[in-house]
Design a protein around this ligand. Structure first.
Ligand code: FUB
Length: 339
């Protein structure tokens, strides 16, 4: 009704007035921004949100993205440039629809773009495409990466090796896998059972395949026990990311249905990681998804919200704000509308 719509609009206006950051670009909707420094500039690999006309469902069918654009910034304080089309679903032989959150990595003169998409059978897999430039275009491999499934790839460069993290529950299908084997009968664990973890594997030196079977990423509570499945304020849901700070590995992720970005810290890229706290309080829109990058000695959180579209959950806008590690390495919690 119009009274409800007017109240929502006033509420969104009030949040917009207090938003700590502005959209990176406004001519297209962008989400799930994975940021990296390549060639001295910041390249952002986001989802390219569109209204594909698919009905809303619990599987995220309304997130009907079809292609990717890469953004570039000379500095996190400056403007972002849309570098144009980097990859389209019609050019990926194995993919049918839903080009969700991607990431990219560099090795030996080439750039590797990792992306999830649904096959014709409705299962998410993760693919890789290769390019000569950070902004693409990227040439997809004919098959998805063997041993991958679910969504949200994130690649961490530890200097000697690259590690790929992936996974997301509910629409992201991670709950259907145990020990890397799919069963339609599997569901998200409940109660005192251990929460499901993201997956991690070292990439082969050619960056095109996994070098080992994936392992489950364990997040522990303050007593050293795995987070419980019903701990929805802290358990992994989707959007894994890893950065290294002061010699330690920071594993960060979205809690999905409780709409938080939080983090855990460990001493190996494989974990285990011990839960530490919240990075970003809920944004406008159902999803929250981020990356963390260092640029010229300062740290930045790339994230998204749905303010620009008036709260339409699948029409999101990538943003950036500074992130601070305190002296003890803890990340200061950010209120996205605390400005
Ligand atoms: O953008 C589609 C999906 O929404 C992503 O893959 C999830 O992380 C969530 O942000």
């Amino acid at each position: 009704d119009t009274t409800g719509e007017a109240a929502l609009s006033a509420e969104l206006d009030a949040l917009a007035a207090k938003a700590v950051s502005a959209p990176l670009v406004t001519h297209i909707y962008t989400a799930d921004p994975s940021a990296h420094v390549f060639e001295g500039r910041i390249y952002i690999y986001p989802s390219h949100d569109i209204d594909a006309g698919a009905p809303f469902d619990d599987e995220g069918g309304h997130f009907g993205m079809q292609d990717y654009h890469v953004l570039r910034m000379d500095s996190p304080d400056g403007p972002a440039v849309d570098c144009g089309l980097a990859l389209h679903v019609r050019d990926v032989p194995w993919a049918a629809r839903q080009m969700w959150a991607p990431d990219a990595a560099y090795r030996d003169g080439r750039y590797y773009f990792y992306f999830p998409a649904k096959q014709a059978d409705g299962l998410f897999r993760i693919g890789v495409a290769v390019g000569a430039r950070p902004e693409g275009p990227f040439e997809p491999r004919p098959e998805p990466i063997a041993g991958t499934y679910s969504i949200d790839p994130a690649v961490f460069d530890d200097g000697r090796h690259h590690y790929i993290y992936f996974g997301g529950i509910w629409g992201g299908q991670l709950q259907k896998y145990r020990d890397n084997v799919y069963s339609a009968a599997h569901v998200e664990p409940e109660g005192d059972a251990s929460a499901l973890g993201a997956r991690v594997a070292r990439l082969r030196d050619d960056m095109l395949e996994l070098d080992e079977a994936t392992r489950e990423v364990l997040v522990l509570d303050e007593h050293g026990e795995p987070l419980r499945a019903d701990d929805h304020m802290r358990r992994f849901f989707e959007g894994p990311w890893v950065h290294k700070y002061a010699g330690r590995y920071y594993f960060s992720y979205s809690t999905g249905n409780t709409h938080l970005l939080c983090y855990a810290v460990g001493d190996s890229p494989y974990g285990p990681f011990t839960y530490q706290g919240v990075i970003l309080e809920p944004v406008v829109g159902w999803t929250t998804h981020h990356s963390i990058v260092e640029f010229e000695g300062r740290w930045w959180l790339y994230y998204h919200d749905a303010l620009l579209s008036g709260g339409v959950t699948h029409l999101r806008t990538a943003k950036v704000t500074e992130l601070h590690h305190d002296e003890d390495g803890r990340i200061r919690t950010i209120d996205p509308y605390g400005g």
